[in-house]
Write a protein that binds this ligand. Structure first.
Ligand SMILES: Nc1nc2c(ncn2[C@@H]2O[C@H](COP(=O)(O)OP(=O)(O)O)[C@@H](O)[C@H]2O)c(=O)[nH]1
Ligand SMILES: [Mg+2]
Length: 296
């Protein structure tokens, strides 16, 4: 839907990983936008999707719902090619926003050949029974209308203290972001369902001189998956490692020595201890039940 793409675009810097597969984001990602005289704190969340599969999935949906309780405004994302579905309306009615204003972003407007196709979507959204403060067609990827939406959000914010120092963009430690970048490359390079059963555990993240030594374990559930991730003669893990290293060096501005290995831990995505170790807080929720994505 483009929630993470939107956050990165707003901050002008990549802090949330993105892929063409749904449910790439597994945790709540906080990003701080500094504007003269104002500070906007964004929470990017996993998409809200049908749960019931495993503990990780429930924790992901739980994180999205929990984030709603903390915010002064929320933006729900739909795809301009799909419009607002009955599943969206069902989720929207359940969001625990406590009266905080709700905005609808109709994203990927760039993919519509004819902008007139937006009109029936905007019409349907305004009649769906949910009250939106604004329905905004945007392109998170190309930036169309993004600043205008952020301006509206800024106007909706209450006065408050400065929560973060001027130079802080996120609350995620660099070592977690580094692990996320490896996970993004797994989503990019592995086919179909495999990335969903893979996690990344950062084993060490140390600067020595001007070189960053970064060791991470790719955690998977089965030996067959391990073999695919390693690939023939190690080709796949090499490709993933090279892509991750390239991006990390760009992000951190230093040389990175990256070591990746693959571990098999059966049912790690149902194991509370392993989930916690990999940075997935255990906010279980069964509130989900629709099909699409939300963000706040
Ligand atoms: N064409 C187009 N693609 C987009 C746009 N926003 C996001 N995407 C793509 O949609 C996919 C999902 O984006 P992502 O930000 O990971 O969505 P999330 O799951 O809601 O966080 C990625 O392949 C993005 O490049 C947009 O405005 N236009
Ligand atoms: Mg995301």
């Amino acid at each position: 839907m483009g929630k993470s793409t939107f956050l990165n675009r707003v901050l002008g810097q990549k802090i949330a990983i993105v892929s063409h597969k749904p449910q790439t984001t597994r945790t709540r990602i906080l990003g701080v936008l500094h504007r003269p005289g104002a500070q906007l704190v964004f929470l990017d969340t996993p998409g809200i999707h049908k749960t019931g599969k495993n503990r990780l999935n429930k924790a992901m949906v739980g994180a999205a719902f929990e984030a709603c309780r903390e915010v002064d405004a929320a933006v729900y994302f739909v795809d301009a090619q799909q419009g607002i579905t009955p599943g969206d309306v069902e989720i929207l009615q359940k969001l625990p926003l406590g009266g905080a204003p709700l905005y609808l972003a109709v994203n990927k407007a760039d993919l519509l050949a004819d902008k007139a196709a937006l009109l029936p979507i905007l019409d349907a959204a305004s009649k769906c029974g949910v009250t939106f403060s604004e329905i905004a067609p945007i392109s998170a990827l190309e930036g169309d209308n993004v600043t205008r939406l952020v301006d509206l959000l800024a106007d909706a914010m209450p006065e408050g203290p400065q929560y973060f120092p001027d130079d802080q963009v996120t609350d995620q430690p660099e070592r977690f972001i580094a692990g996320e970048i490896v996970r993004e490359k797994l989503f990019t390079h592995l086919k179909q369902e495999l990335p969903y059963s893979v996690g990344v555990e950062v084993e060490s993240f140390k600067e020595e001189g001007r070189v960053l030594h970064f060791h991470a374990a790719i955690v998977t559930a089965r030996d067959t998956q391990k073999r695919i991730i390693i690939g023939a003669g190690g080709a796949m893990i090499k490709k993933i490692g090279t892509a991750a290293r390239f991006e990390l060096e760009k992000l951190l501005g230093c040389q990175v020595m990256l070591k990746l290995f693959v571990k098999v831990k059966k049912d790690w995505f149902d194991n509370p201890r392993l989930l916690r170790e990999m940075g997935y807080p255990d906010e279980l929720s069964d509130l989900g039940g629709g099909s699409d994505d939300a963000a706040s």
